[in-house]
Design a protein around this ligand. Structure first.
Ligand code: GLP
Length: 254
């Protein structure tokens, strides 16, 4: 079980074949911040990729009473939520966070922010950005990446939004996420997502990308070019990004 760490431009790459080892190494980053920051702010992602990381965070916190109590001081911000799904809906990201993470930890529910996909969406976006400004941008932002290079639900587009906003999901994203729903038709057409500023203002970014399916997105994101057609490419501007991946893409980067 070994991982190779490579620094290329300003991005740190941690490459290993074993995904659970990558989850463990990514968890080390989060737990270090949890230990050493007075009031940590974490940016949380959803999807299949970070589940192993959350499992590690929960298990290692439960094993260590001092670490466990640190979660009382944590503020959490999730990247996104589907429009039209109530927090109780089994496919909502609210439900995901409580099911896989929050129910195990002594977090303050009023400090665990997740965009609301129902009600007045404009108000929800505004109040989300106000909370981000009030509690501070994440110390660490956990990210996955879409096959089309999206981050959060910032989809490839002619222009990218800075702030939290309502977005229309691309067909490829709806298809990719259909596996979590009874059928592709049930995947909502819209979502609320933190904008690019919210993501790029995090002090540190931990990006997880596993499997062949994400290879092309990684290559396009870290090619040395920036483009709104690959929202993840803007991460190249950030001073502290670590990518945890099982894909060796260095031969394909120009
Ligand atoms: C989803 C989420 C993203 C996530 C990405 C990859 O649609 N909005 O935050 O990173 O797509 O998901 P997965 O990890 O399931 O491949």
């Amino acid at each position: 079980m070994s991982a190779v760490t490579i620094r290329r431009q300003r991005v740190e790459w941690v490459v290993a074949a074993d995904r659970s080892h990558l989850h463990e190494l990514a968890a080390n980053v989060i737990l270090d911040v949890l230990r050493n920051t007075e009031r940590p702010v974490f940016g949380f992602a959803t999807g299949g990729t970070p589940l192993g990381l959350y499992e590690q965070l929960v298990r290692r916190s439960l094993e260590n009473p001092r670490l466990l109590t640190r979660w009382q001081d944590v503020t959490g911000f999730n990247l996104d939520e589907y429009v039209g799904l109530s927090p109780e809906h089994p496919q909502s990201y609210h439900h995901y966070m409580w099911r896989y993470v929050y129910r195990y930890l002594p977090v303050r529910p009023d400090r665990m922010f997740i965009p609301k996909g129902i009600g007045n969406l404009e108000d929800n976006c505004r109040s989300y950005d106000e909370s981000l400004m009030k509690y501070g941008w994440p110390d660490v932002q956990i990210l996955g990446i879409g096959k089309n290079g999206h981050i959060g639900f910032n989809e490839p587009a002619r222009r990218l939004a800075m702030n939290t906003h309502v977005t229309r999901l691309s067909e490829s994203t709806r298809l990719a996420n259909a596996r979590f729903f009874p059928s592709a038709r049930d995947v909502p057409e819209q979502a609320i997502t933190m904008g690019m500023a919210g993501i790029l203002r995090a002090k540190q970014i931990v990006l997880l990308a596993f499997g062949e399916a994400k290879r092309d997105a990684l290559i396009r994101a870290f090619s040395g070019w920036l483009g709104t057609d690959v929202p993840a490419s803007l991460l190249q501007l950030h001073p502290h990004v670590t990518v945890f991946t099982d894909q060796d893409i260095f031969g394909d980067l120009s």
